[in-house]
Write a protein that binds this ligand. Sequence first.
Ligand code: AHM
Ligand code: MG
Length: 324
Amino acid sequence: MQLLSQFLRRNETDEQLSDLIATLMVACKEIALKLRQGALAGIHGSTDNTNVQGETQKKLDVISNEILKTVLLNHSLVAGVASEEESNPVPGNKDGRFLVIFDPLDGSSNIDINVSVGTIFSILEAPAGEDFANEAAYLQSGRKQLASGYVLYGPSATLVLTTGHGVNMFTLSHTGDFLLSRENVLIPEETKEFAINMSNRRFWEPAMRNYVDDLLEGAEGPRGKNFNMRWVASMVAEVHRVLTRGGIFTYPWDERAPKKPGKLRLMYEGNPMSMLVEQAGGLATNCYRDIMDVEPDDIHERVSVALGSKKEVEALMSYHTGEE
Ligand code: AHM
Ligand code: MG
């Protein structure tokens, strides 16, 4: 059994980056404990607040956000953090080397029904001479990420991490250590499994409708095989399934919000998940091009997401671009 810290040392990961990842895991372990207590701790349900995206905050959204902020902003290497639950970035140590961007508790509509949720994070280099209370410092494309990952709080708590050299999984043990449980994750190139919120079909672009309609035709249709569908409504769980056994996950453009395409956020969800998926040999696109090539204009910007098994994402893209 190999500890996360041993694994990072063995792979000659930058010491400061390893230190930051260890600190992040202190916060995630605390969140895992709160989640395990569930209803007994009186932390289910919603607050009276809405976040910057106009969504009602769950009590655990707020608690997880506070835990991450407290732990990270006390770390001398952290120049600032940006969170899905904060209107503006929060500065840390102005001489810190890293910026940390996170969705403290993704899939939080699943908390009260005891279904998997997760913390998603993205780590960037802090540009010299910037004001880390200002979002400009954080508006870097996904290609600039030094590391990204998530902790899935499911039947077990699992860290899935990339520092740009493949993807590895670590499971939280009863002793409170993250132990290596899967090395060099690779997503199968082909799949027969897709994940999309079908109830939004009438709002999609025609290309997306055609693609999904063809999947539903099964072996008799143009795709020539029978597909199965899954929808957990927690991106972390969907991406975990894709990384574990392949598949395609998509949350596409939606005509209800033409200026804010899709539901998922580029900086907190799109970029970190895209880095993991690409590092595992998959594709992560906005249906037209790689998400990590998108230059962000706004810290809370939304993005259309289609990621997973390479050949299936290419098939989806061909419906959109018209290219075979
Ligand atoms: P959240 O960050 O507010 O939890 O929202 C993101 C979640 C994703 O985890 C998931 O893919 C999606 O919202 C589910 O949305 P839907 O309500 O359409 O099923
Ligand atoms: Mg989220």
